[in-house]
Design a protein around this ligand. Structure first.
Ligand SMILES: Cc1cc2nc3c(=O)[nH]c(=O)nc-3n(C[C@H](O)[C@H](O)[C@H](O)COP(=O)(O)OP(=O)(O)OC[C@H]3O[C@@H](n4cnc5c(N)ncnc54)[C@H](O)[C@@H]3O)c2cc1C
Length: 509
């Protein structure tokens, strides 16, 4: 076998999502030579799948909105309220939460400095003031602009390069010395880091083994929105004595409409600052009825329907046209057990008329905040169905007509089906036209188990000893933080990446 190729640098960053790009940039700013290794053909990871909300204080957007007294201490206090509401305060990591809140203003300034454009801040109780900022035009702007920023700085970005293992140097007290990685042609190389290795390879939402290990077989069998996040960074940390905290704290299964498959003109445009600035101007000045369809056409991710739709009379059917449980009780968990985890949401024009304006929205949505049925009709023709009769609706959804008609008739007659209870006091689905949204699919959105790290983002190994030269950021370095509320996961990816990258660059070789 030919000897492995050896590549020497100062800092190696594993992954190419938000945390990795922040780490690479910070390490380069601190004077290090940096190689970033991403296994996929493009940068982005879950960061590019996200809705794109980033929560931060003391931003220019808050100041412009007249929110002047907000600060990291208030942010931390409100972060606690999210965990308290879930009765999970005892297992959250507020030491790192403090780091997240304190660093958020600088992190947001850094994002802006790279050319990213945001709208907001949007309110999200129990945050005492609006803090949620949404990226324009969608979350693909993160890898696009942060990747460009890193390349300009001189970061060596290598795509299609999968990191397989860490290389440890026994002579230096089991110091992380580099990584073994495989290129697309199957050839392997050793990448040696003079200073440090940053693990930023995302969560294990798509990693069957780790989901089964930390949670259950049911969860292991549910597909992830981002199937390529297989928890490789977490695995490499575990192989070298690291510990995972809150591994069973998993977001999902959750029903989300399948992401749009079609490309729109808007989506084919790169998120150049000239375009996003124009959109931002439009957001501030144009009537929302003009701007909404434009912004919705940028949609790339999977949106989650509100559970209130079921309270108001919507039902779910599977690929066979059958109901499969009380829609108000764990609909996603039940859907996960059906063929492909797929479900279609059915309702009549009484519900449709209601879900056209605040407070009855179908889902939250990037940039516009909340999407109503009309938004779906105009921009999600792929999952929007409307017909004069149940039979025609079944045809539009490509579901078995007879079975679907019987399901609806049984439901309206208040008769129980084998897997679904009676309608009870919910309204019957009788007023034409009839509507369906779907398919929706039961997904794991993200996992929250992360390696235990110090406040410097160093990975903690056996006997609570730091593993020299090894850092973890983003999902890999979540270290027990729950990051509840919108915008804290991305916030953490960027904050932890910036800190880990800088510290790795300054590590003693
Ligand atoms: C649908 C959806 C919506 C979301 N919306 C929001 C939101 O609006 N706000 C928010 O705060 N959070 C949101 N999140 C969560 C957030 O996106 C993630 O927590 C965050 O992006 C994690 O960043 P990361 O850099 O740690 O990982 P990622 O962005 O996933 O990056 C990890 C990268 O590592 C690469 N990688 C993996 N293994 C290897 C390997 N062996 N070798 C080389 N590279 C490897 C992956 O391909 C990937 O590119 C959302 C998530 C999803 C799925």
């Amino acid at each position: 076998m030919p000897p492995l190729k050896r590549v020497l640098t100062d800092v190696i960053v594993v992954g190419g999502g938000g945390a990795a790009l922040a780490a690479a940039s910070a390490a380069r700013s601190a004077g290090a030579d940096v190689i970033l290794l991403e296994k996929n053909p493009q940068l982005g990871g879950s960061t590019a799948w996200s809705v794109g909300s980033v929560t931060a204080t003391q931003t220019p957007h808050q100041h412009k909105a007249g929110i002047l007294g907000d600060n990291p201490q208030h942010h931390l206090e409100d972060l606690r309220l999210f965990s308290r509401a879930l009765r999970l305060e005892h297992c959250d990591n507020f030491e790192l939460g403090r780091l997240l809140c304190e660093y958020s203003p600088a992190m947001f300034d850094w994002l802006l400095s790279t050319g990213l454009e945001f709208v907001g801040p949007f309110p999200e109780p129990p945050h005492r003031v609006p803090r949620m900022h949404n990226v324009l035009p969608n979350s693909r702007a993160f890898p696009w602009l942060l990747g460009r920023h890193c390349r300009k700085q001189g970061v060596d970005i290598r795509l299609n390069t999968e990191v397989l293992h860490l290389i440890m140097d026994k002579a230096k007290g089991d110091r992380a010395h580099g990584v073994l990685a495989r290129a697309a042609d199957g050839s392997c190389s050793e990448y040696i880091a003079r200073k440090g290795v940053v693990l930023a390879a995302g969560d294990y939402s798509g990693g069957r083994e780790l989901k089964a290990r930390f949670s259950s077989e049911l969860i292991a069998n549910v597909d992830a929105v981002n199937a390529t996040n297989t928890g490789d960074g977490i695995r490499m940390g575990l192989e070298n004595g690291g510990t995972v905290i809150n591994g069973d704290y998993i977001r999902g299964p959750i029903l989300r409409f399948v992401p749009p498959m079609h490309t729109t003109f808007e989506k084919s445009l790169p998120p150049l600052p000239a375009i996003t600035k124009l959109l931002h101007w439009g957001f501030d000045h144009l009537p929302k009825r003009i701007l909404r369809p434009v912004l919705m056409n940028y949609l790339t991710t999977a949106l989650a329907p509100e559970n209130s739709l079921y309270e108001h009379g919507a039902i779910l059917v599977d690929r066979d046209g059958l109901r499969f449980g009380d829609e108000r009780d764990q609909p996603a968990r039940n859907a996960a057990l059906r063929p492909d985890g797929m479900a279609w949401m059915i309702f009549d024009s009484t519900v449709a008329d209601q879900y056209q304006q605040w407070p009855h929205f179908v889902s939250t949505a990037p940039s516009i905040g909340y999407a109503y049925l009309e938004d779906y009709r105009r921009t999600r023709r792929d999952i929007f169905h409307c017909a004069a009769t149940p039979g025609e609706l079944a045809a539009s959804m490509k579901l078995p007509r007879t079975a679907f008609e019987k399901t609806l008739a049984d439901y309206n007659a208040n008769a129980a089906a084998s897997d679904a209870p009676v309608r009870g006091d919910r309204p019957a689905i009788v007023k034409p036209p009839f509507y369906a949204l779907g398919p929706a699919k039961a997904y794991i959105i993200f996992t929250n188990g992360g390696l235990k790290v110090t406040l410097n983002l160093e990975v903690v190994g056996k006997n609570e000893q730091i593993i020299p030269g090894l850092y973890a950021a983003g999902a890999n370095g979540q270290s027990g933080m729950l990051l509840e509320g919108h915008g804290h996961h991305l916030g953490w990816a960027f904050v932890s990446g910036l800190i880990a990258g800088k510290n790795a660059a300054q590590a003693q070789a």
